[in-house]
Ligand binder design. Structure first.
Ligand SMILES: Cc1ncc(COP(=O)(O)O)c(C=O)c1O
Length: 394
């Protein structure tokens, strides 16, 4: 057990989080491991009632906060061109409004489906440090991305990161059922370990131990390099398909795992149907997000579910280049997508929603990243509506 934890810590350091002090393999998946972390934070802050959470439409993230029985405060994002980014200004004003001592933690996310991009970890971490609030990072499938790992390391350098959690299966090709919690204070990681009630299965630890031994560092690095190459390959192929069908790949340069393609020519109903058609053709890695979809999760109604925002302006589908994917997988996906799009586009049930083109140039985007307030490409009156996503409790 100790040896496996030490090996995993070594991998996290080699992948970019160089100052991580401890890592622990937990025999539960990411969502439940996040719960364990929040419950540990609460032991130190028994009166803290809230978790501040930049919205990400992945049910397990949301459910983890509900399961920990802590009040959830949603924070909407800010549009920047096609990207949906963290609204640090709203986070700051929420902390002031609620009182830092009443906040159990801020939970940010690195790896997410486009057009959302990784949270602005450095700024959030700096805020957490000055306000003395724990910061939990959901790094679910971020180990495979040097960009995500760099963000975690930089955040810990300039501010506060208490723990970061990553999925074992999403990053290391092992069976579902394990996650890794790591941090910069070995005592805290040890306390998280002690919060686990009772005995635990050694299965996830053994799986990871065997996989790391058989892959070796070079084997793992080779897999990561191939994933990176396939991301570019997929992006090119998806752009070509998009163009053929009068669509475009959304510009989300800060997300280097997932990408999205607009489906402006389809009505929301037809876009949903396209998703179903892809699924029946065994394309499971993509998700179609239909404009304005509503979904109930744990008694909460989400507007625009899947889009991480109640008002994303168009339908789209996402695709990701994850570790373990092959070029053949990409080719098969593109072929099936092309066929299904031809069928749906010719059905005549079109939408013509306008997925706003980016108003900012690439260089302007770069300058804005990580500094001050975000500039949004949506008109100010609309922008205010987007700042805090409305989620109606039933
Ligand atoms: C960002 C994010 N967080 C959490 C999860 C949930 O992971 P798990 O099933 O390991 O609990 C996922 C699953 O895709 C995810 O994408």
């Amino acid at each position: 057990m100790k040896l496996a934890n030490a090996m995993v810590l070594d991998v996290l350091r080699l992948m970019g989080v160089t100052s991580a002090a401890a890592a622990l393999i937990v025999p539960m998946a990411t969502g439940m491991t996040l719960v364990l972390c929040m419950l540990t934070f609460r032991q130190d802050r028994p009166n803290a009632k809230y978790v501040l959470w930049p919205r990400i439409d992945q049910k397990s993230c949301f459910k983890s906060i509900v399961t920990a029985d802590i009040k959830l405060v949603f924070l909407g994002g800010v549009f920047f061109g096609d990207e949906l980014r963290t609204d640090v200004a709203v986070l700051e004003s929420k902390i002031t409004e609620l009182g830092a001592e009443n906040i159990c933690c801020v939970m940010t996310t690195t790896s997410c489906f486009a057009p959302r991009v990784p949270d602005r970890l450095e700024e959030v971490a700096a805020l957490c440090k000055t306000r003395n609030i724990p910061h939990l990072v959901n790094n679910a499938y971020g180990v495979q991305s040097s960009q995500c790992m760099h963000r975690v390391q930089q955040a810990a350098r300039v501010g506060r990161v208490d723990a970061f959690v990553q999925s074992a299966d999403k990053n290391f090709l092992v069976p579902v059922g394990g996650a890794i919690v790591a941090g910069f204070d070995a005592d805290l990681v040890n306390r998280i370990s002690k919060t686990y009630p009772g005995r635990a299965s050694s299965g996830p630890t053994l799986d990871l131990f065997i996989t790391l031994l058989s892959l070796g560092l070079h084997g793992y690095q080779k897999l990561l390099a191939e994933r990176k190459r396939l991301f570019t390959y997929l992006q090119t192929a998806l752009s070509e398909v998009a163009q053929r069908h009068g669509e475009r790949v959304l510009q989300t340069p800060h997300n280097n795992i997932s990408m999205a393609m607009s489906l402006t020519r389809l009505s929301p109903k037809n876009a949903t149907q396209l998703g179903a058609m892809l699924f029946t053709r065994c394309v499971s890695g993509t998700r179609v997000v239909a404009r304005g979809e509503e979904k109930e999760v744990c008694g909460f109604m989400f507007r625009g579910f899947g889009a991480h925002s109640s008002e994303y302006p168009c339908n789209y589908l996402t695709a990701a280049a994850a570790i373990g994917m092959t070029q053949n997988d990409v080719d098969t996906f593109i072929k099936r997508l092309d066929k299904v799009l031809s069928k749906c586009m010719s059905s005549g049930d079109t939408d013509n929603s306008d997925c706003r083109p980016s108003l900012k140039s690439e260089s302007e985007r770069g300058e804005c990243e990580g500094k001050g307030d975000m500039v949004s490409s949506i008109p100010p009156d609309l922008e205010n509506q987007f700042k805090t996503v409305s989620v109606d409790e039933k």
